[in-house]
Design a protein around this ligand. Structure first.
Ligand code: FE
Ligand code: CA
Length: 439
C-alpha cells in the first residue's frame, strides 16, 4: 500500500511548503501508537508539490494498521488502512464501496460520512474525483477558473481533499482509485480534448495540459509507460482488475454528446482498451483462480442505446465491437462470476450482460453494477422519472434509479454477492407525491 500525504500550509495557493521536504511516518497496530511496527523518514519532494508517498512494505497480510505523519511540530490525523489477504488464503468475505463523480459544486459529501461509518475493507473509486471546470454550483464554488496548468490541478485537488467528510472516508479505509475524464478534461481521449473546449486544448494539437499521470501524484513513476492498469487479489475470493478506458481508446464517433447515429456506427472499428491492455485483461481473467472476477472501470458497459436513437458515444455503446469482443471472450472461456463495476453516468443501476450485447435471447454471461454519483447532478434536462420510464422498458436492466446520489456497497462471500445501493434523493429531484425508491 501507498501511504500518502502532502505538506501544504497554504493548500489552495500552491501549497507554500517552501524548504520543508522531510517528515516522519509511523505505522502501528493500534490507534494510540503504543505498538509501532514501522517508522522512517518520509521525503516530500518539491518537484511533486511536497507530496509524500511511502510504500509500506514488510507488514503482515490481512491486517489492519494505523499510520500518521510528523513534520516539524505538526502531527497529522491518524489514518487507518489494511493489507491484502495472502494470495494462497481463502477469505470468507470482501466488502467494498464503489463510488464515482464527486463534483464539488453540486453537493456536499454527506455520502462519505456514511461511507466512513460502514465496515468496509476498501473504497473503490471509479472516476471523476475532481472536475476541471471553473463553475459555481448550488452549494459550493470551485473558486477558480477551469484548470489549465499543473498548479491549477494541484490547487483543485487540494480544494477537494480539504473536505472533512471526504477526509473521513480516506482516514478510515484504503482506497483503490482510477480516473475518468474530468480529472483532465470532459470526455477527453488520449491527447484529444472535448470538442466543446477548442480554445484551451485544440483537437489534434499537442496537449498543453498536464498529462493524466502528472496530475495524479500517486502515479509519478508511471508517466505514460504503456498501460497503467493493475489488478489485486483478495486471496482466492476475488480478483479486481482496474482499467484505464481513457488513454488508449479511439476518439468518440459522431460527437461527444449523446445523440443519434450519424452513420459511423455500422463501420466503426473503435477500440476502448487498446490491444496491450485488452490482452493483459483477457490473460488475467483466464488465469485467475478467484471465485469472483471484478472488472472496475469508468463507464457503462451495458447496451442502453434506445434502438439507436440515443447513443452515448463516450460509453461502451459507442464502441460496440470492442464490447462484443469482451463478451465473446467471457462466454468462450466460460468464465463464471464476472462482475463489471462502473460509474460515470450519475445514475445507479444493475443489469444482466448477455452473450450478445442487449439480446436477452442469449445466455447471461456477466452482470454490471453501476454506482450513481456522490454529488454530480444529471447532465440532461430530461426529468429523472422520464429516464426511469424509458430505461424501465429495457429487459436486461434489473434496477435503475435516476433520482438519487450515493454509493454502492458490494459484499462478497464464497457463495453470494450482495450489492446494496446507499442512496439519498435531493428533494428538488423527487417528483411530486413520490417516495424515494427502496434501495
Ligand atoms: Fe461524472
Ligand atoms: Ca465521467
Amino acid at each position: 500500500m501507498i501511504l500518502w500525504t502532502r505538506l501544504a500550509p497554504d493548500p489552495l495557493a500552491g501549497g507554500d511548503a517552501r524548504d520543508r521536504d522531510r517528515g516522519r511516518v509511523e505505522v502501528a497496530t493500534d490507534e494510540a501508537f503504543t505498538d509501532v511496527v514501522a517508522s522512517g523518514e518520509a521525503l516530500a519532494e518539491p518537484a511533486f508539490a511536497h507530496s509524500v508517498h511511502v510504500d509500506a512494505t514488510g507488514l503482515a497480510a490481512d491486517s489492519w494498521y494505523f499510520y500518521r505523519f510528523h513534520a516539524g511540530d505538526f502531527t497529522s490525523p491518524v489514518g487507518r488502512t489494511r493489507t491484502l489477504p495472502a494470495p494462497d488464503s481463502a477469505p470468507e468475505r470482501l466488502r467494498l464501496a464503489s463510488a464515482s463523480c464527486q463534483r464539488f459544486t453540486t453537493g456536499y459529501y454527506t455520502a462519505y460520512a456514511h461511507v466512513a461509518a460502514e465496515e468496509l475493507d476498501l473504497v473503490l473509486f471509479l472516476g471523476d474525483y475532481i472536475y476541471e471546470n471553473g463553475d459555481s454550483g448550488p452549494v459550493r464554488s470551485h473558486m477558480s477558473e477551469e484548470c489549465r496548468t499543473l498548479l491549477d490541478y494541484r490547487n483543485r485537488y487540494a480544494l477537494y481533499r480539504g473536505d472533512a467528510q471526504l477526509q473521513a472516508a480516506h482516514h478510515r479505509f484504503p482506497w483503490a482509485v482510477i480516473w475518468d475524464d474530468h480529472e483532465v478534461d470532459n470526455n477527453y481521449v488520449a491527447d484529444i480534448s472535448a470538442v466543446d473546449d477548442p480554445d484551451s486544448w485544440p483537437a489534434g494539437q499537442p496537449r498543453t495540459r498536464p498529462s493524466t499521470s502528472t496530475c495524479r501524484s500517486a502515479s509519478r513513476r508511471r508517466r505514460r509507460r504503456g498501460w497503467r492498469s493493475t489488478a489485486f487479489s483478495w486471496g482466492d475470493l476475488a480478483e479486481v482488475f482496474l482499467l484505464d478506458t481513457r488513454q488508449y481508446r479511439t476518439d468518440q464517433l459522431c460527437m461527444d454528446e449523446p445523440g443519434e447515429d450519424c452513420g459511423e456506427l455500422e463501420t466503426e472499428d473503435g477500440d476502448m482498451l487498446g490491444p496491450e491492455q485488452e490482452a493483459w485483461l483477457t490473460d488475467g481473467l483466464s488465469a485467475s483462480p478467484a471465485i469472483w472476477k471484478l472488472i472496475a472501470q469508468q463507464i457503462v458497459f451495458s447496451k442502453v442505446d434506445f434502438s439507436g436513437l440515443l447513443i452515448n458515444w463516450d460509453q461502451w455503446d459507442g464502441y460496440p465491437k470492442a464490447r462484443q469482443r469482451m463478451l465473446d471472450f467471457i462466454a468462450g472461456e466460460q468464465l463464471a462470476n464476472v462482475v463489471i463495476l462502473a460509474g460515470d453516468l450519475h445514475v445507479g443501476g444493475m443489469a444482466d450482460l448477455n452473450a450478445v450485447a442487449g439480446d436477452t435471447n442469449t445466455p447471461v454471461v456477466a452482470v454490471e453494477i453501476v454506482t450513481t454519483s456522490i454529488t454530480s447532478s444529471s447532465e440532461t434536462d430530461v426529468p429523472p422519472e422520464t429516464i426511469e420510464q424509458l430505461v424501465g422498458t429495457i429487459p436486461q436492466i434489473k434496477y435503475f434509479n435516476a433520482h438519487s446520489r450515493g454509493y454502492v456497497t458490494v459484499e462478497l462471500s464464497r457463495t453470494e454477492l450482495r450489492a446494496r445501493f446507499e442512496l439519498s434523493t435531493p428533494s428538488r429531484q423527487r417528483p411530486p407525491g413520490s417516495r424515494p425508491r427502496p434501495s
